[in-house]
Structures are given as C-alpha cells and as structure tokens.
Design a protein around this ligand. Sequence first.
Ligand code: DQA
Length: 145
Amino acid sequence: MNTKILILNGPNLNLLGRRQPEVYGSTTLADIVDGLRDSFPSVDIVHFQSNCEGALIDKIHEVGYDDSYAGIVLNAGAYTHTSLAIADAIAAIERPVVEVHLSNVFAREEIRHRSLIAPVCRGSISGFGVQSYHLAVQALISDRR
Ligand code: DQA
C-alpha cells in the first residue's frame, strides 16, 4: 500500500489563485494538490481544507494516529499565529506535522512572525510559494520511520 500524506489547509486557502496573488501567487489550491500528485506518484496525497478551526482539529485527530500516513503537511493560515488548540492537537498526535507557508512569514508583519504551532511541528518551511508544499512532502518521505 502506498504511503499516505495529508495536505491540510486552513482558512482562506480555498481562495488561492484569487486571493492577494501578489503575496500568494496565482496557483489554485486544486492545482497545488494536482502538482503534488504528479511529483510524488508513489505517495497517496490526501487533501482537506477548512475555514473552521474545529474541522482542522478533527482531521488532525483522525490522521494523527494512523500508521498508513507518513505525516501531515499543514498550512494553518492565520491560525498559525493564534491557535493554541491546533498546537495542542499537533502535540497530542503521533504522526509528524510539517508547517508550511507560501509566503515568508518572517518578512511580513510582526504578528506573523510568531507561530504557535512551530514548536510542536517536526519542522517549518516558509517562503517558497508552491514549492513549500513539495519540500514538505519530500521531508516527510525522507524522514519516514
Ligand atoms: C500563510 C501565511 C499566514 O500568515 C496567512 O494568514 C495565510 C497564509 C502562507 O501560506 O503564507 O493565510 O500561511
């Protein structure tokens, strides 16, 4: 059976392609997921997006104890900077989580410099646009144990 990886996207990322393209680029979320499936044909790329904190937490719980997953690639959007509940969910589970951001959050407003989830993630990738997701998938595959 192929290794699975969950691509988990938080609030407003459903609007990629239309949302502030000067910051986030013109690629849609569907195109990002298709690109990952093309680049990693031996990985079962599972995708979930929600604008709701609780739905994201439910998904982290569901996948977080499932050994068929190498881990979770998480772009938590603005919840990165605010959600202790998502940080607690990541700390609770067994599977590794890689934090990703399209933009370089450290080159933006100060409020985006703080990530509540970074300390409980396996690692963080920020600022490489769509490539951030590819690097995160590659990291989870290389790190699989
Ligand atoms: C983001 C950065 C966050 O600060 C922002 O709230 C987002 C997107 C990124 O991918 O660059 O929604 O996570």
